[in-house]
Ligand binder design. Structure first.
Ligand SMILES: Cc1ncc(C[n+]2csc(CCOP(=O)(O)OP(=O)(O)O)c2C)c(N)n1
Ligand SMILES: [Mg+2]
Length: 514
């Protein structure tokens, strides 16, 4: 067995089933090993940022890492924006980066660059195989690390000569690092707060947003009348009828600060203390800083479910009937599409058990609050603020959950970062409905200009934020990558397009013009 075959066989034994790849010459042994040591599904992506986006969603939904294979430093560099998003989402990913043969390092060949230095900026674990003897252990160490806590980014730089060398492959998978244990004193403090009658919010994030955590929180809400606030960007949230109603942490700093200030007490579980997305002049940076009545029971890698359970037991809420929402599907609006009616149409048609990728920036802001009473579904949001991940997330979601419909509510400007994902969606038969919210501009940035006090933007500012000259033809873009689609300008047309898409297997795109 050579090193590349060892990679495939060890990774398969460790539970890895899929590899998002964009290979080159230095990865040829790994490409060939996908046949000589088969068992891992190869998925070609036409840009490395598709690999990382798809691996991000796959990791969040499957709960185990996908592998990626990218070409030297430049190939991996192309994947970095979505590696960053994946790191913020605590997605497990095992990245294998092809490296030159060790005897070729001195030559300083054109594609050579500092792979480890680069990978370190987006990863928790970085290593280069040192010798053929270490290869098998390096592989399991990387996978073990990726599986640690909620999930992490692990990067293995794999020199070409080590891929081809004969290697021994009987390494043992280590024990992944567990979630951080809960501090009983903090639980006691929070329990006392829940019972003291003051106005209280529980700010929830991370693993607390899965069903078990949410249902425990629903008991606390029922027993103590507290509000549940959800972190602004979340890795994975179960949502819809039968789960507790909640308030989303607003994106702009003023309403976010006002929301936090409206509570005498805030208990934080499964996320960090909330911060503002940007440092806007005069606006707050950290919403819960320097105030009383805050207890941080569990952080982003804390064991939030155990913490919530301890709170339920410790406050006598175990017998409470959980406070949950009832199914309420909005009526179908009609007429020309507006951001509001677009989101209403989308929610009216959202099928049960769907995975939703809500990456529609300005238009999609209305979606979150509309979604809590819809049929049960899962939402995965953009966690690192690096826009343009949506189409790749949708690909990874569809491959992790082949039996579930995947819907990507996607803004146009950000969608244009990653249309290559459509090709992989088509090739893999991914069951994705993409609704492009086509406002033909970077609306959020135009809003930023207004916030900055610019009432009449000049032609150059507009040139940097308008997308209408020439307009993006999304149906043609999708068609070019093998995905059928149509344009909708009214709610009725959007509804028709969505129904067509949901009824037909494979990807489909509706360009919803606002
Ligand atoms: C990788 C990256 N590049 C640039 C930005 C800055 N940025 C934030 S929002 C945005 C435009 C979003 O426009 P669009 O996706 O059309 O959303 P809209 O506000 O129009 O709904 C840009 C360029 C970013 N956040 N991430
Ligand atoms: Mg836009």
């Amino acid at each position: 067995m050579n090193g590349a075959e060892a990679l495939m066989s060890v990774a398969k034994k460790a539970g890895i089933e899929i590899c998002f790849a964009n290979p080159g010459t230095t990865e040829m042994p790994m490409v060939m090993a996908m046949d000589s040591a088969p068992g891992i599904r190869p998925v070609l992506a036409l840009h490395e940022n598709v690999c990382s986006a798809a691996a991000d969603a796959y990791g969040r939904l499957a709960g185990k890492p996908a592998m990626t294979i990218t070409h030297l430093g430049p190939g991996f560099a192309n994947s970095c924006a979505n590696q960053h998003n994946a790191r913020r989402a605590f997605a497990p990913i095992f990245n294998v980066i092809g490296q030159h043969s060790t005897w070729h390092y001195d030559a300083d060949a054109p594609l050579a660059m500092d792979i480890l230095g680069l990978a370190q900026t987006v990863s928790h674990w970085v290593r280069e195989t040192k010798s053929p003897e270490s290869v098998a252990q390096d592989i399991v160490d990387g996978i073990t690390h990726a599986l640690g806590q909620r999930g992490r980014i692990a990067c293995l730089s794999f020199p070409h000569d080590h891929q081809m060398a004969e290697v021994e492959a009987e390494p043992v998978l280590g024990k992944p690092e567990p979630l951080e244990a809960t501090d009983g004193k903090l639980v006691d403090q929070a329990a006392a707060m829940l019972k003291n009658g003051k106005k209280t919010a529980i700010l929830l994030g991370g693993t607390a947003l899965k069903e078990t955590g949410l249902m425990l929180a629903a008991k606390l809400k029922a027993a103590h009348g507290c509000d549940l606030v959800i972190e602004g960007s979340f890795s994975l949230m179960e949502c819809g009828a039968g789960l507790p109603d909640h308030i989303r942490m607003p994106y702009p700093p003023e309403p976010a600060q006002a929301l936090m200030d409206s509570y005498e007490q805030v208990i934080v579980i499964g996320t960090k203390l909330p911060v503002s997305f940007f440092g806007w002049p005069g606006a707050p940076s950290q919403y819960l800083r320097d105030r009383d009545g805050v207890v941080h029971v569990a952080g982003q890698v804390g064991d939030s479910v155990t913490a919530l359970d301890a709170l339920v037991q410790g406050t006598g809420a175990a017998a409470a009937t959980p406070s949950v929402t009832r199914l309420e599907v909005p009526g179908m609006p009609s007429g020309m599409l507006t951001p509001d009616s677009l989101c209403q149409t989308f929610t009216a048609l959202q099928p049960e058990n769907a995975v939703i990728v809500p990456t529609a920036v300005t238009t999609g802001r209305l979606y979150g609050p509309m979604s809590t009473k819809l049929p049960r579904h899962t939402q995965i949001s953009l966690c690192g603020g690096a826009i343009g991940e949506g189409p790749g997330l949708a690909l990874g979601a569809a491959l992790a959950c082949p039996d579930r419909p995947v819907l990507n509510l996607q803004a146009d400007g950000s969608g244009a970062y990653l249309p290559q994902a459509f090709w992989s969606q088509a090739r893999e038969g991914a069951n994705v409905t993409t609704v492009i919210c086509s406002n033909q501009r970077y609306a959020i940035l135009q809003g930023e200009m207004t916030r900055a006090g610019l009432n009449q933007p000049g032609p150059n500012s507009m040139a940097l934020t308008q997308l209408d000259n020439p307009p993006l033809d999304w149906v043609a873009i999708a068609k070019g990558f093998g995905v059928p689609g149509e344009v909708a300008t009214t709610c009725e047309e959007l509804a028709d397009g969505m129904k067509r898409s949901i009824a037909t297997p494979g990807p489909y795109l509706v360009e919803a013009r606002i």
